[in-house]
Design a protein around this ligand. Sequence first.
Ligand code: IVH
Length: 681
Amino acid sequence: MPLQDAAAQAKKLRREIEQHNHAYYVLDAPTIPDAEYDKLFRELQALETEHPQLISTDSPTQRVGGKPLPGFAPVRHAVPMLSIRTETDTEPSGARAFDARVRRELGLSEGDPDIDYAAELKFDGLAINLRYEDGVLVQAATRGDGETGEDVTQNIRTVHRIPLRLHDCVPPVLEVRGEVFMSRPDFERYNEKQRALGHATLVNPRNGAAGSIRQLDPAMAAERPLSFYAYGLGEVRGWDLPATHSAVLDALAACGLPVCEHRAAVQGADGLIAFHARIREKRDALPFDIDGVVYKVNSLALQQRLGFVTREPRWAVAHKYPAEEALTTVEAIELQVGRTGAITPVARMAPVFVGGVTVTNATLHNEGEARRKDVRIGDTVIVRRAGDVIPEVVSVVMERRPMKDLNHPLHPPFALPKTCPVCRSSVERPEDEAIARCTGGLFCPAQRKGALLHFASRRAMDIEGLGDKLVEQLVDNAIVKTPADLYKLGLLAMANLERMAEKSAANIIAAIEKSKTTTLARFIFALGIRNVGEATAKDLARHFGNLDAVMAADVERLQQVPDVGPVVAASIAHFFAEPHNIEVIEQLRAARVSWPDGAPSAAANSPIAGKTFVLTGTLPTLTRDEAKDMIEALGGKVAGSVSKKTDYVVAGAEAGSKLDKAQALGVSILDETQFRELVRR
Ligand code: IVH
């Protein structure tokens, strides 16, 4: 590109990037997905590389982050907070390129041995420097522009996982660097709560974290649950530096700092590639967002030799995964009616690849949220799909809204209809609730389908093969009205359905037959009582021991069950007061759906009744769900973390810190074989 054109283009890109920077860093309201931003940024970098005379001190490429906000005292970092070079080639070649660069810089030739790397996760939150003096947290600062950040000590103190005092570790100065982030469950829970209150929700976990830390009111920050992982050091005085980065992290963990268990010391490019692939497999199941992994040359001596280019160390790189947010356009807004009648607006969108899959629908949650986000047909939106979470519309790119003229959008704002789009029953929304519901009950085919799908689902009656399409046909053809009707299905009726091969019909009939033998907890869960999830169903089964006792219990007796409060008790009593529900239950019993009664006493005789287990790592043959089921069937409990109260830790491959902790506390540790032996007795 000729210099003159390049100069104009660079100027345009800078202005655009600065606008996005401001929205993202200062306002915490991003206007485009990260991937789009990165693209603009890389385009500018390329221009500046091609024409170095274009680089100006005010170019966004010449600084690391946003300016400190007014309101927080500035903090000058003793050691600058650097950024890492990003490898956007998400394929193995990305890791090979980094390894090749490092080897070249170190002057190694092909015959020389592999380099040792520390591989870890790239957390998606806010970088923080924690300054400990004589073992006490004295200051926490954001990165800011890398030289000067903001003093956010007050807010950081509200993050429970950050120790205010280190454990048996009192060097004069120890600065720990890491990422503050919001876990997905915390994010979902927080947004659920906000939605129920009709309040604005957080855009994504990263903005949740950034927004909380930048809250001027620490009480508000405290309401938003944050986490932290340490990944490096700043200034250090009077602390013996280990020889490798892995050992530094071990030492920090020993001081009581949270260090992520998903990390490994690996050798050469192949080791990096294997780590990248392994974490990619786990990415959806992680309880927090990551946008890639980070590779670091493990030896601190080699790190020193490699040094830095501008503000990026030569010894580290971030190797990305496909983005979890992307841009697309809304083609329609449809309404879904769930099994409890809840009406959810859903955006149908032009297909877009996000979070590793192609997405065409995203939930808008409820009327209030759809209106707050003001999503309309034709809008360009940011969609997000992270983990196992249903894709959702994050926000609208208002600048791209189709307009009739300057002030008039082409399409009106979203509004919920007064009648159910499926059965035409009236739609109701109680004053204090965010969710509108169809009042049709099981008269509404949509609710009927939802109830059947729930009944058949894996954690309920577990009828394999009874999915969306089949339930749709069964209900639409009036073959099945209630769950009890499933057990009256004949092979003929089934095989006559459209596109149903005889063999699959037989398989489903067999699966239905098999589901007749179940557990009380699964059966209660399968009934789809409002507010009764899997955990409550288990509590009810354990407490009452048989169905008749649950059905006969009044609200008071129900509340004697642990964790059952007035709302849940009322839902249960209400369900069993409905003659129609009793009729279905009687029909199911007549069809010989059964479970062993008196589960609590049967379990009470087991060797593991009342014992607490923690599962960690990957077991050779059992999935986590299977192991959990086995433990609970025998009256044991499964906990998420190891403590003195843990009786057994069942450990598989790549068991991390939980295993260390179990060893430290002297908890019995079992492998899968030993575990199977224990539960077989
Ligand atoms: S190390 C000298 N390790 O990524 C290297 N950074 O551009 C300093 N990040 O904002 C950073 N996970 O907050 C490092 N495991 C990890 C990380 C990580 C996330 C963030 C960091 C910074 C950005 C680097």
